[in-house]
Design a protein around this ligand. Structure first.
Ligand SMILES: NC(=O)c1ccc[n+]([C@@H]2O[C@H](COP(=O)([O-])OP(=O)(O)OC[C@H]3O[C@@H](n4cnc5c(N)ncnc54)[C@H](OP(=O)(O)O)[C@@H]3O)[C@@H](O)[C@H]2O)c1
Length: 262
């Protein structure tokens, strides 16, 4: 299906690897020109070159920490009028004991996974409203809906982000600016694959055996962990011309782990 967004421009913030990169690639496959950002320059340059070579669209790398005002200003300077904004970051550190979370940890969590997307959205919102087209997708986490101690630096800030996104989504939907949030469960991006590889090495088993053992342990109904492409494709769909009536939703994408009727 043609998503009706060829020729548009997207900022994919936090997209040199993982789900952000997969979203950028899915959008590029639809003919969307991409401004791709991350902090590390080498991986960013490589990802930009790969996506451009695979799809033929223009891909502009911008090395920027979007948790800082300077990083957000660099993105605005590179692309003042995007049609599409996809925002994510790396999974925040796990916290085995809530007592060990210091004020500075909360500040870093809020800066990166709440205030950064809020400020990025604010930066580009008025232009989208004026042009009467905007699609914004935050790639957050299922921990926003599923509180747990190890995910305290990840979940609460994303619950707040979704609360903000729903409120703003309702304010700008009539202008065809559409905000939605994806809530991934367990995905085979490098944070998880590195952990599986280390555990496999420690146990002296193959990576695939360790991966399958984890899938069985977590009882993932889909029988596998997510691939970045699973999120990339959904992000592109929520950025499509046809997504204009999907307002302020949060979609859990976790292979069926946390389905609940109520
Ligand atoms: N993987 C999972 O199993 C899993 C599970 C649940 C939820 N999630 C959520 O899914 C989202 C994406 O996770 P992922 O596994 O795809 O992450 P990832 O593989 O670590 O990729 C994150 C990307 O964002 C960039 N980035 C991180 N912080 C940034 C910042 N402050 N400014 C600019 N770029 C930044 C990283 O590059 P640089 O480091 O070079 O900046 C990288 O390109 C996160 O919100 C995470 O919490 C992941």
């Amino acid at each position: 299906m043609d998503l009706g967004i060829a020729g548009r421009t997207a900022i994919c913030a936090g997209a040199s690897r993982g789900m952000g990169r997969a979203a950028a690639l899915a959008l590029a496959r639809e003919g969307v020109n991409i401004v791709l950002s991350a902090r590390g320059e080498a991986r960013l340059a490589a990802a930009a070159a790969e996506i451009a070579a695979a799809t033929g669209v223009a891909v502009t790398p911008v090395a920027a920490d979007h948790a800082t005002p300077a990083g957000r200003a660099a993105l605005h300077a590179a692309c003042p009028a995007p049609d599409i904004l996809v925002i994510t970051c790396s999974p925040p550190a796990m916290t085995p004991d809530f007592r060990d979370i210091a004020l500075a940890d909360w500040q870093a969590s809020l800066d990166t996974s709440f205030l950064a997307p809020v400020e990025l959205m604010r930066l580009f919102m008025d232009g989208m409203v004026e042009r009467r087209f905007g699609r914004i997708v935050n790639i957050a986490t299922v921990a926003a809906k599923l509180p747990s101690v190890p995910r305290l630096l990840s979940g609460p800030s994303r619950s707040a982000l979704h609360n903000y996104a729903v409120a703003v989504a309702k304010a700008v939907a009539k202008d065809n600016v559409i905000l939605n949030t994806l809530l991934p469960g367990m995905f085979l991006t490098e944070t998880l694959t590195d952990r599986l590889a280390a555990d496999a090495a420690a146990r002296g088993v193959a990576y695939e055996d360790e991966r399958d053992r984890y899938v069985a342990r977590f009882r993932v109904p889909a029988g596998r962990f997510g691939e970045p492409e699973d999120i990339g494709a959904l992000a592109a769909m929520l950025c499509s011309r046809f997504a204009g009536y999907v307002v302020g939703q949060s979609l859990v994408v976790d292979g069926g782990l946390v389905n609940s009727l109520y």
